[in-house]
Design a protein around this ligand. Structure first.
Ligand code: SF4
Length: 355
């Protein structure tokens, strides 16, 4: 059996490659703990290019954990609209409050204390510790998994707990005492730019001399894939209903769970317009239909113009919002799509939709 590429080779090859040029990301220019933490949370499941404008707006509005903790959650959710995966925002909000309450507003440089904060998992802890505090803590994200599975020609399912443990151990063995943050960022960036899921550019890869997946012609098969579970499907009926001033009624979803704390057109599960009576509403015209895919779920939403004043449902709040204020209302992605389907003016302004 061929030995895995030695850490000394991987470190010098990767850092040399990183030093020749890497992406200029605003949080890398002066890597402070708060900015790095926010960037790592925003970058989960989201492309870095999409994150940059959100990160810049966020840091201008909330330059410290204390600034975030002192502002209403609704403001944060409105700023986050379009980035998706709102549980991340809610956890960051809780985490910021914990930094204020437990650490006087200063982010702790102790991995245990930092990891005890809301929303901070092993990955985020490793990233902030290495990038902002210079501690040799490993990171394993999707990019790192792909690079390591190919580099070491791992034939196991990378999601299996045993393989996860092996990947973290390998990443920890690789991360150097000197420049751990640069090394981790180089490893992740290699996965994002060179060792990509499809058509990796092995010819330009600094690790090619030590890559067992490449040597065995197995790059395309690695990492091993598991069949994705089919998405569940649900059909819903939503109401586009205005008050006397033309404002549009919205309901706020429960804080916990899917799209928690965000606002949407009042809606219920069901396929026919009569289902709206559960919200005290009556459909008054033809419907328009939108679909929206989440990770494990797909919605088909029939949106009817309706009359009445909504009540009931699982909403934690109901309010009518003027079309001009819709862009800052903290809407769900499906709500934005529904409003756009009906060409509601305020919803057409903003790019992107939450998940
Ligand atoms: Fe990935 Fe190819 Fe580099 Fe191996 S040589 S690490 S497969 S890009």
């Amino acid at each position: 059996m061929i030995e895995p590429a030695p850490p000394t080779f991987v470190r010098s090859a990767l850092l040399g490659w990183y030093d020749q040029g890497h992406r200029d990301l605003p949080w890398r220019r002066d890597p402070q703990p708060w900015g790095v933490w926010v960037s790592e949370i925003m970058s989960q499941q989201t492309r870095v290019e999409s994150v940059i404008p959100y990160w810049e707006r966020f840091m201008a509005r909330y330059p410290t954990p204390a600034a975030l903790a002192a502002s209403p959650l609704d403001d944060l959710l409105a700023l986050w609209a379009g980035l998706g995966y709102y549980a991340r925002a809610r956890n960051l909000y809780k985490g910021a409050a914990q930094v204020v309450a437990r650490h006087g507003g200063v982010i702790p440089d102790d991995p245990e204390a930092f990891r005890a904060l809301a929303g901070v998992g092993r990955y985020t802890c490793g990233a902030v510790m290495s990038i902002a505090f210079g501690r040799p803590s490993a990171v394993v994200d999707g990019n790192v998994v792909r690079v390591l599975c190919r580099l070491d020609r791992l034939h196991e399912d990378p999601r299996a707990p045993k393989t996860q443990a092996a990947l973290w151990a390998r990443a920890q063995a690789l991360v150097p005492e000197a420049r751990p943050g640069d090394f981790n960022q180089a490893l992740m960036e290699l996965g994002a730019r060179v060792c990509t899921p499809k058509s990796p550019t092995c010819l330009l890869c600094p690790l090619q001399a030590g890559c067992q997946g490449l040597a065995h012609g197995e790059v395309a098969q690695l990492p091993m894939k598991k069949k994705a579970a089919a998405r569940k499907k649900a059909t819903l009926v939503a109401a586009l209903v205005r008050d006397g001033s033309g404002a549009i009624w919205l309901g706020r979803r429960p804080t916990e769970g899917l799209l928690g704390g965000l606002w949407e057109l009042p809606m219920v599960e069901g396929g026919s317009p009569e289902a709206l009576s559960a919200l005290g509403l009556k459909a008054t015209g033809e419907r328009k239909t939108i679909t929206h895919a989440f990770t494990h779920l797909e919605w088909t939403v029939h949106v009817y113009p309706a009359e009445g004043q909504p009540s009931g449902g699982a909403y934690t709040g109901l309010r009518a919002v003027a079309p001009s204020a819709l862009a800052d209302a903290g809407l769900t992605g499906p709500a934005l799509k529904a409003l756009r389907a009906w060409s509601v003016e305020g919803a057409l302004k903003r790019r992107g939709a939450g998940r």
